[in-house]
Write a protein that binds this ligand. Structure first.
Ligand code: SF4
Length: 399
């Protein structure tokens, strides 16, 4: 990817990696649906063996889609799994709690990746930047770009160039600013690694698709971006036609049928102009329905006509039925215009990745939920059958 090659479409499994059977089946389905790269979560060392089995099973089935190992909080796992996959995604913000140790472990990872021809994705997310970087730059797009540059320099100094970088955020303005700043910094530095684009926790349905299109299209139309993932809180297969639409529209051109093509086209046509403040409203001549206009305005963060939802797509770390819960939360909070409400699959990454949320519903595991208010847990170990009521009661008490 990169260097003027076509934009690569990728997605991520939402199966548990220890469930080898289900993960292999999902990877095969995703590859058949057009995913050109599939990420799986590798939560700990015990899962390295599961990845080995998944690889073997895929090879037997003749499935050669590149596999990306997603790592958080365990640099040792990254190093162990690197020989088994095409790419390792690490989040510098949680690669190792100690910054010096993190750098040392990263050097180790680079050497393993060099030996095995494995690429590295430096994958930062707004909200999960390390203390080290937020102390210097705050929780800003600049902080994201500066943090990425530090790890990019480590790669270049180690003469390692199999690198791709992402700076995702759920806020389309933050996300586009961060990528833009990084693209400019890399240009100045003289080494431009490919960029993986995505809007995190975009949610589901029309809103999730429109928000992803607005954020990603804003950058692709500026020539920024080499690979995309549309994160939806749905079956990951549903992400692929949307990502394909974006890759084709800004790549080799649209051809054939795409589901929801009219809606995606409107989001790509008008969203970036609104987000970049080239226009303040969608002209009536565009002939869009008021609903579509509202959704595009909200995705571009120009007008909020309903609550802003942040929901992770779910992955092997998800602790409950995310899709159902998210739908229920949306149904019962739809009157809270302008409020930012997050529904996150796990307590490991959820709290960090819902940086903008006023309220958060975070799965703890074991049928329990934590409720967050402005980044802090205000109620923990709530049985999941009572958690939505508890959330609404808390919100009501604050209004
Ligand atoms: S927040 Fe969601 S997508 Fe991210 S690691 Fe947790 S369950 Fe997976």
């Amino acid at each position: 990817m990169g260097g003027g090659r076509p934009i690569v479409v990728q997605t991520m499994c939402n199966t548990h990696t220890y469930d080898v059977e289900a993960t292999v089946a999902q990877i095969r389905r995703l590859a058949a649906a057009g995913a050109q790269m599939v990420r799986i979560t590798v939560p700990g060392l015990a899962d390295v063996e599961h990845v080995r089995q998944i690889r073997a099973r895929l090879a037997e089935a003749g499935c050669t889609v590149p596999i990306v190992a997603d790592i958080h909080f365990s640099s040792r796992t990254a190093i162990e799994v690197a020989p088994l996959v095409e790419k390792v995604r690490i989040n510098p913000g949680n690669f190792h709690p100690d910054h010096e140790q993190a750098s040392a472990r990263f050097q180790e990872l680079i050497e393993v990746c060099r030996t095995h021809g494995t690429a590295i994705r430096i994958g930062l997310n707004h909200g999960s930047l390390g203390r080290y970087i937020t102390d210097l730059y705050g929780n800003t797009p600049q902080a994201m770009a500066e943090a990425a540059m530090e790890w990019i320099r480590m790669c270049v100094e180690a003469d390692f160039y199999q690198v791709v970088v992402s700076l995702k955020a759920s806020n389309t303005v933050v996300m586009t600013q961060a990528y833009r700043q990084l693209a400019a910094m890399m240009k100045e530095y003289g080494v431009e690694f490919p960029l993986h684009l995505g809007v995190t926790e975009a949610g589901n349905g029309d809103a999730g698709r429109i928000k992803s299109c607005v954020g990603i299209a804003t950058l692709l139309r500026e020539g920024i971006g080499d690979t995309v993932r549309v994160s939806l809180t749905e079956d990951p297969e549903n992400e692929i036609p949307v990502a394909r639409f974006l890759a084709d529209r800004y790549g080799e051109g649209l051809h054939g049928d795409y589901p929801d093509a009219g809606m995606l086209e409107a989001a790509c046509e008008w969203g970036p102009r609104l987000l970049c403040r080239e226009i303040d409203a969608i002209p009536a001549s565009a002939g869009l329905s008021p609903y579509l206009e509202d959704e595009i305005m909200q995705a571009a963060r120009r007008r909020f006509y309903r609550p802003e939802y942040i929901a992770c797509p779910g992955c092997g770390r998800t602790m409950y039925n995310l899709e159902e819960t998210f739908e229920e939360v949306k149904r019962r909070t739809s009157h809270l215009k302008g409020m930012v409400i997050a529904v996150m699959g796990c307590i490991v990454n959820g709290p960090g990745e819902m940086a903008d949320a006023d309220w958060g519903y975070v799965g703890e595991g074991g049928g329990k939920v934590s409720i967050y208010h402005e980044g802090k847990p205000v109620l923990t170990h709530v049985p999941d059958s009572e958690a939505i009521d508890a959330l609404l009661k808390l919100i009501g008490g604050q209004q």
